[in-house]
Design a protein around this ligand. Structure first.
Ligand SMILES: [Zn+2]
Ligand SMILES: [Zn+2]
Length: 129
């Protein structure tokens, strides 16, 4: 990974349903400022359940999503794979609003299918990366 000056900035995508705002996040924050308010909690909990079910049902939700931002410079943001939840980086470019929702591994449709069908026993998988 080359060292770039904006690398340290932690931009994240709000996980609130249909929000998709990219905000400057720290640590474990998952939501933009608006959606960190307690009144949104219910919807978030409900959505988490729904999301899991949707993935199990279809495992083929669109590979891209539109993010809202008004950056004038390229910015490195942290996104979470819609399938496995792993964090991956996206380079958010000025004027470009469509970005992948899957980590590099799961941008491949067949790997997504396999992931869903293999899901139950994760402990058996040896990870030597
Ligand atoms: Zn939000
Ligand atoms: Zn993934």
């Amino acid at each position: 990974m080359p060292e770039i000056s904006y690398y340290k900035l932690r931009y994240k995508v709000c996980e609130f349903p249909e929000c998709n705002v990219i905000y400057k996040g720290t640590g474990y924050s998952k939501f933009c400022q608006e959606h960190r308010k307690p009144e949104h909690r219910k919807i978030i909990n409900k959505n988490n359940k729904k999301k899991k079910k949707e993935i199990a049902d279809e495992h083929d939700i669109p590979p891209n999503i539109i993010y809202k931002h008004n950056f004038e410079k390229p910015v490195l943001a942290i996104n979470k794979c819609a399938l496995c939840g792993d964090e991956f980086e996206i380079m958010v470019m000025p004027g470009i609003f469509v970005y992948p929702v899957y980590c590099i591994e799961h941008r491949n449709k067949w790997k997504r299918k396999r992931y869903v069908s293999e899901e139950p026993k994760k402990e058996d998988v040896e990870d030597d990366s």
